[in-house]
Design a protein around this ligand. Structure first.
Ligand code: NAD
Length: 478
């Protein structure tokens, strides 16, 4: 018997959770449940994280969490509970299988069978955002080497375990050379350790276009958090409905299973929602717990129900479906099919689907880090770059001199274009004339002079070389 935590969530959550639990019970799943309340009511009671301390303890004690979708209220400083849970519990790998069930669910992509593996803890989802000037806000994109190593190795080990042939990596490293560049670099380092798995990299824009157009050409696709969030919805939707796909969030000690879709509030309370996404999450959970026989029984019953044309509204098609049913009736149909296997679709057998265990990431020896300058960011509401350059040159000393000014990343001084639109957010780069090393103490001295000259400095970024290599981007046009 495995004791797990469940949360029924918001919107369509309670209906799809009840349907899923009924199916699991009827299939003989060896599960005991601790139910916690998370989501909208908890947020609106004044808890900005959407979850109580006791609920956290229950999740951490049981280690396995089956969660229905929740509604994050807009504004008001509410933090997404999904993001918090994934990050707080170290659930670094988000596994989202998206498979067509042609010809029983209408899709333009009958042969699609893609697993999206989304990095789950980093990237723009660090949630570190600031307003810096009247006109400019910022969100920090953080990518770490251990984070990349864990997700890339997980994706390739996943491919190996489940007899998949190819792992594709999507990044935008032609633009984000440091952050996405690191993700791509780590992929290129680790992939050759697995010669039996084909590997390839696509820039995300054309990669996404190909995934939407010819998904049958992809197998396992690994990518940073934001791209994975967006593209797994696209991938699920083009199999026939976003309501069909489940999601496993895997960490070293805990795991959370859910549907990939949200709480669809407009469909709530009407016995309309498709419970398949959460059910698929639950099937992944049963496999994770080693209850493979139950997982197999549920999946085969679900495939049989799909084949019989018993469909909820989101996949109902007059030419294909036989009966349009609600959430409850769909669950009853799956229960009635427990023990059956599909006729046309391939029946599933699950073996060896225990959690993947990866080697611990080992911290590399620190690199030689040399300070070569500083970017200071200034809030200034003027328009003429030459005017602010004059003020910025006034605070130079013999060593640190103003090298370039950019506005939203584009060089505006020296010799900018008058066509370039400028906001009130100026990045001002100071370095030595001959590329010499800068002492850390020189930076607060520069800031002190800036303060005395009424420059409104809003932040600084140090410019480093690591192991002799420049580790910051040049200005566009520099
Ligand atoms: P959504 O996925 O909830 O719904 C989008 C549309 O997809 C719905 O209008 C509905 O037509 C359809 N749909 C989704 N699930 C379905 C199902 N099971 N059966 C039938 N049709 C289904 O996305 P949204 O409307 O952008 O977000 C609604 C709320 O859900 C937001 O508050 C959002 O923050 C939250 N959300 C939660 C999660 C989560 O808890 N993991 C994930 C995504 C969004």
């Amino acid at each position: 018997m495995d004791r797990i935590t469940i949360a029924k969530g918001d919107g369509i959550g309670p209906e799809i959770m009840d349907a899923t639990l009924q199916i699991l019970t009827a299939a003989g799943a060896q599960l005991e449940y601790d139910e916690i309340e998370v989501g909208e009511n908890v947020y609106l009671s004044g808890n900005t994280s959407g979850i109580s301390k006791d609920a956290w303890e229950t999740i951490r004690k049981n280690k396995i969490f089956l969660k229905a979708p929740i509604t994050t209220p807009q504004g008001g400083g509410y933090k997404s509970l999904n993001v918090t849970t994934r990050k707080s519990l170290g659930l670094y790998a988000n596994v989202r299988p998206c498979k067509s069930i042609h010809p029983f669910v209408k899709t333009k992509h009958p042969k699609m069978d893609v697993v999206i593996i989304r990095e789950n803890e980093e990237d723009l989802y660090a949630g570190i955002e600031h307003q810096q000037t009247d006109e400019v806000v910022q969100c920090l994109k953080l990518i770490s080497r251990p984070g990349c190593e864990k997700i890339v190795r997980y994706a390739i080990e996943y491919a190996k375990r489940y007899n998949r042939k190819k792992v594709t990596c999507f990044t935008k490293d032609n633009i984000m050379k440091q952050t996405d560049g690191l993700f791509h670099k780590v992929f290129d380092e680790i992939a050759p350790e697995y010669p039996e798995i084909e590997s390839e990299h696509w820039i995300i824009d054309i990669g996404a276009a190909k995934l939407a157009d010819t998904p049958e050409k992809f197998d396992v696709v690994v990518m940073p958090n934001l791209y994975g969030d967006v593209l797994s919805d696209v991938a699920a939707q083009i199999t026939g409905s976003v309501g069909l796909a489940g999601s496993a969030n895997i960490g070293e000690s805990c795991a959370m299973f859910e549907a990939i879709h949200g709480s669809a509030p407009r469909r709530a309370g009407q016995n309309l929602a498709n419970p398949s996404g959460l059910l698929q999450g639950a099937i992944m959970m049963l496999n994770h717990l080693g209850q493979n026989d139950v997982a197999e029984k549920v999946e085969n019953a679900w495939l049989t129900t799909m084949e019989e044309g018993i469909h909820t509204y989101d996949i109902f098609d007059e030419d294909i479906s036989k009966e349009k049913v609600g959430t409850k009736e769909f669950a009853q149909a799956v229960i009635a099919n427990l023990g059956k296997v599909p006729n046309t679709l391939k029946k599933v057998t699950y073996e060896n689907s225990n959690p993947l265990t990866l080697p611990k990431t080992v911290r590399k020896t620190p690199q030689e880090k040399i300070l070569k300058g500083v970017d200071i960011f200034v809030h200034w509401s003027g328009e003429d770059p030459d005017a602010i350059a004059k003020q910025l040159q006034d605070i130079e000393n013999e060593k640190l001199h103003l090298q370039v000014i950019t506005n939203r990343g584009v060089k505006v001084w020296p010799n900018g274009f008058e066509e370039t639109f400028c906001t009130d957010h100026w990045r001002c780069r100071y370095a030595t004339r001959n590329g010499a090393v800068v002492e850390m103490a020189e930076i607060p001295q520069l800031l002190q002079r800036a303060l005395e000259n009424n420059l409104d400095v809003i932040k600084t970024e140090n410019l480093y070389f690591f192991d002799g290599k420049q580790a910051f981007s040049m200005a566009q046009g520099q």
